[in-house]
Design a protein. Structure first.
Length: 86
């Protein structure tokens, strides 16, 4: 989607995507499908000046599960959704 940011055409492009597949490593790890959103912020010339990205899993989880495919079943990932208030 494109959101107009003013008279000069400033704006943002939002892209929603899904990623998954098999990585070409010797053990052929399968990347479980996960989704994300990317925001491209445009300057007055319509060029991207800022790229922001968010995933529905942590970077750490994506990395570990790529190296150790069995890690997708580890109970430690249940802790990602716990909020700690101090």
């Amino acid at each position: 989607s494109y959101e107009n940011g003013g008279e000069k055409g400033y704006g943002m492009i939002e892209v929603k995507w899904r990623l998954g597949g098999v990585i070409k490593l010797p053990w052929h790890p399968t990347v479980e499908p996960w989704t994300g959103t990317t925001h491209y912020h445009l300057d007055e010339e319509g060029l991207v000046y800022l790229h922001q990205e968010g995933w529905d899993i942590s970077v750490w989880r994506a990395f570990v599960c790529t190296l150790y495919p069995e890690a997708k079943n580890w109970s430690i990932w249940d802790l990602e959704n716990i909020s700690i208030h101090m």
